[in-house]
Ligand binder design. Structure first.
Ligand code: FAD
Length: 457
């Protein structure tokens, strides 16, 4: 008997699940149907800032596999089709074809919900005006790039990025590269609220260096609109001229379909899944930005919307939905980003998160160098480690610096993951040669300092 696996969402999580399932079951045994409301599949949303900044010139370059390529591999991919309801009792979906509005009923034996997330859009006056962009899908990215391309005179046009999350900052840099005057409005004391303010201050410096005007501790209050198009961003302290506005206030899981169907959804708004990515309903899996995951340091559910998790979870779902047994062991919030001259990285908990989770934490911050002091091209790197007082277990770390800073966080991520202490990390056998690091790598120096700080009662 041919079973039917249906996937909602045609990007990282959904298409990883579908492709993995197809590898394990041929078309005679399993029909696989994927519904995607946009026109694109398997696109790299992570590459959108580089499309907007014209580092990459064509949207096609961001597509790993288009619908036709998926079809050739045996997946029935239906783009411009939106799933509007899930009926768990009858095991059917209601699907709307967006080109003609026609609705059909589609049965499933196994279902994968991979609907992703959407940019947060606070209910502020004027937010729905033309020229205000939330950026999540490739379609959103193409729309923003087209708006920049269409400016009569990009040089001197004004863009305002609202919110200092990493997506907003990457897009701020892209808009500077295109010649716009860019301002950033952020309610917190520094951009990049996932970092502690002392590390966020370095990010602020990198943005100011390229001319981004920072309006910190100045929450957005609304948008001025003329003839349907945004003209300004109102903050508590004034009005900023804007031809283009980018929302960088974070994302929220697209879990409404799941809520309406009666699937369990957590207080994070993410769909609740177990280690095998099974939802509260039999034969229904979920993966990617739309689910909540267990944070391995706090043990609590979190929504951390990253492509890294979406790909791993999608793969696991494809295996589990076809009779396999793979678990997703949780997340620790490892993330890297390029903001102007700096690579910015974090893993685990920052100081604020450690305190909120009830840890008695200490922090150690050092400024080191990325190469031997005599080797050309060495630059400063700032490393901060948060550790538990007493035992010295590493709870988290942040790194900001030029080339060679970001991927140093991976060692720290492994330390957080394995519950290593700062003492153990300080004596880890890391590689050294003058072009790559000083003989004492900045990570080791920071670990030594964190171990000392943790010993102070
Ligand atoms: C600008 C930007 C930069 C990023 N940079 C990084 C990075 O550097 N590193 C990193 O790890 N992550 C990054 N991310 C995050 C990463 O792109 C996401 O975590 C990842 O795309 C999530 O994959 P997903 O499949 O869960 O969701 P999505 O990629 O959001 O895909 C979900 C898909 O489901 C479709 N859909 C939703 N509802 C329905 C419905 N009812 N019916 C049919 N289709 C539906 C949507 O159209 C969408 O295509 C970035 C994201 C953005 C926007």
């Amino acid at each position: 008997v041919t079973e039917r696996l249906v996937v909602i969402g045609g990007d990282a999580a959904g298409m990883s699940a579908a492709a993995q399932a197809r590898r394990r079951r041929d078309a005679g045994a399993l029909e696989i149907v994927c519904f995607e409301r946009g026109a694109h599949t398997s696109y790299a949303a992570c590459g959108i800032p580089y499309l907007v900044g014209d580092v990459v010139s064509s949207p096609d370059a961001l597509v790993a596999r288009n619908p036709e390529e998926h079809r050739r591999l045996g997946l029935d991919v239906r783009t411009r089709h939106e799933v509007v309801a899930i009926d768990l009792d009858r095991r059917v979906l209601r699907v709307r074809a967006l080109d003609d509005g026609e609705e059909t009923t589609e049965p499933f034996d196994q279902l994968v919900v991979a609907t992703g997330s959407s940019p947060v859009r606070p209910d502020l006056p004027g937010i729905d005006a033309d020229g205000v962009f939330g950026v999540q899908t490739l379609t959103d990215g193409i729309a923003l790039r087209s708006a920049v391309d269409a400016l009569d005179r990009p040089d001197g046009a004004h863009a305002v990025v609202v919110g200092g999350g990493y997506i907003g900052l990457e897009l701020a840099e892209a808009l500077v590269q295109r010649g716009l005057d860019v301002a950033l409005v952020e309610s917190g004391p520094q951009p990049m609220p996932t970092m502690d303010p002392d590390m966020g201050a370095h990010v602020a410096e990198a943005l100011r260096d390229v001319g981004v005007a920072l309006h910190l501790e100045d929450p957005v209050a609304g948008f001025d609109v003329e003839a349907g198009h945004v003209r300004g961003v109102r903050t508590e302290s004034g009005v900023l001229t804007a031809d283009i506005v980018v929302l960088g206030l974070g994302v929220r899981p697209n879990s409404k379909l799941a809520v309406d169907a009666g699937l369990a959804v957590g207080s994070t708004h993410g769909i609740v899944v177990d280690e095998h990515l099974r939802t509260s309903a039999d034969g229904v899996f979920a993966a990617g930005d739309c689910v909540e995951s267990r944070h391995r340091v706090t043990g609590k559910p979190v929504v951390i919307a990253l492509g890294t998790h979406a790909n791993k979870q999608g793969r696991a779902v494809g295996i589990n939905a076809t009779g396999g047994d793979v678990t997703f062991p949780g997340v620790i919030g490892t993330a890297v980003s390029k903001v102007c001259k700096y690579e910015v990285a974090r893993t685990g908990l920052n100081e604020r998160e450690a305190a909120a989770a009830g840890f008695d934490a200490v922090a150690a911050t050092i400024e080191g160098e990325t190469r031997a002091h005599y080797y050309p091209g060495t630059t400063a790197v700032h490393v901060k480690i948060v550790a538990e007082r007493g035992r010295g277990r590493i709870l988290g770390a942040q790194i900001v610096g030029e080339e060679g800073a970001a991927k140093r966080v991976d060692v720290l991520a492994a330390a957080v993951w394995t519950e290593m202490t700062a003492e153990e990390l300080a004596s880890l056998d890391l590689g050294y040669a003058p072009p790559f690091s000083p003989v004492w790598d900045p990570v080791l120096i920071a670990a030594r300092k964190a171990a000392e700080a943790a010993r102070v009662p």
